[in-house]
Design a protein around this ligand. Sequence first.
Ligand code: SF4
Ligand code: SF4
Length: 416
Amino acid sequence: MEADRCVSCGLCLPHCPTYRITLSEADSPRGRINLMSGVASGRIPMNSRFVKHIDSCLTCRSCEAVCPNQVAYGQLVDKARAMITTSQFSTLKDETIFHKSWLRLFIENELIAKPKRFDALRPLLFLYQKLGLQALLNKSGLLKKTKFSILNKQLPYIYIPRTSSNKTSLTKSWSKIYSPTGTPRGEVGLFLGCVARLADVTTLNDSIYALNRLGYTVHVPPMQTCCGAIHQHGGDSITAIQLAQKNVAAFNELNLNAIITTNSGCGTQLAKYHSDFSARIMDISKFLETTDGWKNIRIAPSSNKIMVHDPCTLRNVLHSSEHPYTLLSRIPEAQVIPLPGNDQCCGAAGTYFLDQPVMAKALLDDKIAALNNRDLRFLVTSNIGCSMHISSMLQNLDSKIEVLHPVSLLVRQMKT
Ligand code: SF4
Ligand code: SF4
């Protein structure tokens, strides 16, 4: 059993964000592994305390990245959550447990698993913002400290997808094909994601722009769906598998050089699909950094200080965190520096910020403190969840720091 590979050395403990905050062994990787083996072997019961400690794990996998015995902690915690989801233990009805709130279940099953509904929501949310209702509701305090209040604060400015004819319309979604504007170099697919297709349209539009300028035809298969990460980490592996099958069918009918992801969380999940599919998955920063075609593209200089936030999935699982730095170094005069404390999760962690707001806020406070730099103009991150989590707090503080994807910053200089 994978948990038996843990030799209890404790080297992972200082790297675990939840252990750093609570200093409780049960909130550390070693403690959680012990709890999981205890429950799996029947030595200890599956009760509310067990669920609480497993739920409070961010699945950031910092522990896995430093473990000398290569314990596959991510797999273990996914299995433990699947066990909790399928268990019928009466103790799990204990009201102190919030394994999955109804709001989280609604978001997971009715929106994330059916991401085209985000396209239908776009015009409504666009008007909601244009009419000032989002700001009004935030100011009114009507939502108090509910989960709706967190969501309302995190909702970023809604943009409209660019179509292949360069027209934008509130009622139109993505085109199937975007043709290259540079010397033809190949064909790639673009993975939209679920939340990102609503909340990170700028990054997706900018990625299409950069890929087209470099000579790539960009395919956006309409039948693609959510990657399944939220379901997988939430203990619903059946839905995760169904979503994976839909994505494989949507992309496999095309002859593509690569399938591009703009969100590190989706990239991590897609890279776990079967090998033929996962071999073609590539993060946009890595793809752009390693492709030819830059020689004839002018990038305007910018002497702004840019801090880079490394999302846990890009750093600990995809091991690709160096690529946004190298990509941004294409901007002449740019000062690209890492955000201090990049080895610690920001607390967004999928839907974690909704169900564990106290821990999520404590981790976010550390990030905001690390951003306390007078000359800082931009914070870049390759994960929309982290971006929304950090931006909402910066807006609250009236900060001038803009949070965006590294590709959007680069494309801004390409268009200047
Ligand atoms: S998970 Fe790895 S690093 Fe952590 S205690 Fe076990 S063996 Fe040591
Ligand atoms: S995944 Fe992250 S939060 Fe969970 S035990 Fe490992 S280091 Fe701690």
